[in-house]
Design a protein around this ligand. Structure first.
Ligand SMILES: [Zn+2]
Length: 135
């Protein structure tokens, strides 16, 4: 890849790499920042839900086990078993949600890598506000 010397649009030499401009910091939400922003890294909305289910499930499971081990009334045993079962289901659900989100993320990653690699060759002309790629 050769460093371009001028903007292919207007011939200005006031050109800079998008990566450098973004690193230096420009106001976000502007048209320029939208043009020059790197591709968004894929994130999964189900991942926090999965993690939350695992935490809550594990806590219920522990409380259930504790109830079973320490209290020996029929009522306590029923509650303990209920908490244990609910906890197990939640942990299982959480692990499934988390695994699903990881699979989805992995599927999006190659495209993101490709877009990101392309973005690293994006240039910006501060005279005509043109963006272009070096080649
Ligand atoms: Zn230009």
């Amino acid at each position: 890849m050769n460093r371009p010397f001028e903007c292919p649009g207007c011939g200005s030499e006031r050109i800079q790499k998008a990566r450098i401009i973004m690193r230096a910091g420009i106001p976000i939400g502007t048209e320029t920042s939208r043009k020059l922003s790197p591709p968004a890294e894929p994130t999964s909305a189900t991942e926090p839900a999965g993690r939350y289910s695992i935490y809550v499930g594990a806590s219920l499971l522990l409380i259930g086990v504790y109830t079973l081990l320490t209290m020996h009334t029929l009522h306590a045993n029923q509650i303990g078993l209920f908490l244990q079962t609910t906890g197990l289901i939640l942990v299982f659900l959480g692990i499934s949600l988390w695994a699903l989100s990881q699979i989805k993320l992995n599927a999006k990653r190659p495209k993101y890598k490709e877009d990101y690699a392309k973005w690293e060759h994006l240039w910006y002309c501060s005279r005509c506000r043109n963006t272009f790629y070096d080649s």
